[in-house]
Design a protein around this ligand. Structure first.
Ligand code: AP5
Length: 215
């Protein structure tokens, strides 16, 4: 089963994707996490991506498409995968089709811009795993530390309010057209398109997705 979780920055994609991937036993492919890992390791890709990401812009389609092609050719993706943060532009979605990658379901999380700006200021992440917390809505057991490793949590550079506003602008211009793209596909193919209110609690959203995916 190949799935996409779609929605604006901070909609809760990563939070729900971790849960879905573990329930379905498929890899969670977050292009944002892969890029942050490349930056941490200082690879060529990381060097190219850093300034672009810090400014809230999108990394070039060519680099991202190559990264994803390599990732889904790995053996753990044979039974399916869950994309989080990809595709993010129409050319990225078309590249999937051009490579005969069939998408079974798209789950869209909807959250208004004001709520997103509030959420981002409270987000904390564990850099190595991508595990995500929120100081009020989804706090770690011990403030400032990852539940599983006990390592320190960080604040993402692109979570500063001004950068979040830029990321939202980029989302509405370049990523939002994918909603229409996949909704149109769902009318002429077997692809299922499911919209969830992302302002519900983490648990309510999980239950809604569970019902949709029958898990
Ligand atoms: P990426 O890492 O993909 O960031 P994003 O899409 O902007 O999404 P986020 O990770 O910010 O949010 P999320 O929806 O996963 O929310 P989360 O679960 O963390 O991309 C970063 C950058 O990389 C991009 O800007 C771009 O530069 C580059 N990039 C990545 N992919 C690319 C691509 N395909 N093409 C080009 N460039 C690319 O939740 C947010 C907060 O809210 C957390 O604190 C969480 O605990 C909390 N929360 C979650 N659910 C709820 C809830 N229901 N109620 C209350 N709080 C909640």
């Amino acid at each position: 089963m190949n799935l996409i979780i779609l929605g604006p920055p901070g909609a809760g994609k990563g939070t729900q994707a971790a849960f879905i991937a573990s329930e379905k036993n498929i890899p969670h492919i977050s292009t944002g996490d892969m890029l942050r890992d490349a930056i941490k390791k200082g690879t060529d890709l990381g060097l190219k991506a850093k300034a672009v990401m810090d400014a809230g812009n999108l990394v070039s389609d060519d680099l991202i498409i190559q990264l994803v092609k390599e990732r889904i050719s790995q053996t753990d993706c044979q039974q399916g995968f869950l994309f989080d943060g990809f595709p993010r532009t129409i050319p990225q979605a078309e590249a999937l089709e051009g490579n005969n990658v069939k998408i079974d379901s798209v789950i869209e999380l909807t959250v208004g811009d004001e709520e997103i700006i509030k959420r981002m200021s409270g987000r904390r992440i564990h850099l190595d795993s991508g595990r995500t917390y929120h100081i009020d809505f989804n706090p770690p057991n011990k403030e400032g530390f990852d539940d599983e490793t006990g390592e320190e949590l960080i604040i993402r550079k692109d979570d500063l309010p001004e950068t979040v506003k830029d990321r939202l602008r980029v989302y509405w211009k370049q990523t939002q057209p994918l909603i229409e793209f996949y909704q149109a596909h769902s009318k002429i193919s077997e692809l299922k398109y499911h919209v969830v209110d992302g302002t519900l609690s983490v648990e309510e959203i999980m239950q809604n997705i569970k019902d949709f995916l029958s898990i």
